[in-house]
Design a binder for this molecule. Structure first.
Ligand code: SF4
Ligand code: SF4
Length: 304
């Protein structure tokens, strides 16, 4: 079922028009991602840098990178054409908070020109404590943190390195810094009353059995939705950075872990692992109707 009894009315109202946060909403409301954030500050072993960030997006897809001005132009064009468009997310193709100027400029422009659109951000969490004040100022409604483990030893198998404040940390040391910042970020979101969803990439043999513990921790720390996503590992996507030959979970394995977690927390089961430039309802990707070449031509009056 899609709502837990304890999910209060107010929360329901807050997510009613968010296609990812509310399963009912995803049939009626649309979201878009704009790809304005190319850089990343960590190296996940399952990432292939040629493609979109695998933490929120569909691996094996190359999104069209835009400037903040182009992104705002695109949002205005699409909001005019797709009336169900309620949410704008920045989710890549790298980590949005590793590109703070581009990401926040995009949000500022959209808040200014299309104030009805809700803003959404996803991040690996490393820079979340640093930018929590700007996130609050901009009224960003929803934040997704990708949190794959709460154990730095496991983290060392998932992350090759973490680049924090001009220094690169490897192995357990890097994984510890990332985890510390993710926990601080989670806490800060809770204090700011910003809705937080957690994504976890399920990697068989590495964090699969551990995800129940991750689920418990995030539940206790205020996240309201957990999205366990399968590692997508297909030869045509090229090799992962450090997990060569790693398989993804079967549908059955994924469901089992989701079932084991769902105690009293809502699990997201309708995630489509969208592209960093996705447009439309969750099941219908219309990104190719709104390529840069096309949207620039459609409504030149929105040129910023
Ligand atoms: Fe790749 Fe990980 Fe960075 Fe996403 S957060 S772009 S998956 S290295
Ligand atoms: Fe929603 Fe999942 Fe797509 Fe993100 S990747 S927009 S959470 S369906």
């Amino acid at each position: 079922s899609s709502t837990t009894p304890e999910m209060d009315e107010k929360l329901k109202e807050r997510i009613a028009k968010h296609p990812c946060y509310s399963e009912e909403a995803h049939h009626h409301y649309a979201r878009m991602h704009v790809a304005v954030a190319p850089a990343c500050n960590i190296q996940c072993n399952y990432c292939n840098r040629k493609y979109d960030c695998a933490n929120e997006s569909r691996p094996g897809v190359v999104s069209e990178l835009l400037t903040p001005e182009e992104a705002a132009h695109k949002v205005l064009v699409i909001a005019g054409k797709i009336p169900q468009m309620t949410v704008l997310g920045v989710a890549g193709p790298g980590d949005p908070l590793a590109n703070p100027e581009k990401t926040f400029r995009t949000f500022e422009l959209i808040a200014d020109k299309a104030p009805d659109i809700k803003l959404c951000l996803s991040t690996n969490g490393l820079m979340l404590p640093e930018y929590i004040d700007r996130i609050k100022q901009l009224n960003i409604d929803h934040v997704t943190i990708t949190l794959n483990t709460i154990d730095p030893e496991i983290g060392a198998q998932i992350y090759a390195w973490v680049h924090y404040k001009r220094k690169r940390y490897k192995g357990v040391e890097g994984a510890k810094i990332l985890l510390e910042k993710q926990l601080e970020g989670l806490q800060a979101l809770k204090e700011a009353d910003i809705l937080c969803k957690v994504n976890s990439v399920m990697i068989p043999g590495i964090n699969d059995h551990h995800l129940v513990e991750v689920n418990k921790m995030i539940r206790e720390n205020g996240a309201f939705l957990h999205n366990i996503m399968p590692l997508i590992s297909a030869p045509e996507h090229g090799t992962h950075f450090g997990l060569t030959g790693q398989r993804g979970p079967t549908g059955k394995e994924l469901k089992e872990v989701q079932d084991n977690c769902s105690g009293n927390m809502k699990m997201m089961r309708h995630c489509r692992q969208c592209r960093a430039d996705a447009v439309g309802l969750l099941g219908e990707d219309r990104s190719q109707e709104f390529t840069k070449e096309k949207f620039l031509e459609m409504a030149p009056e929105y040129n910023l």
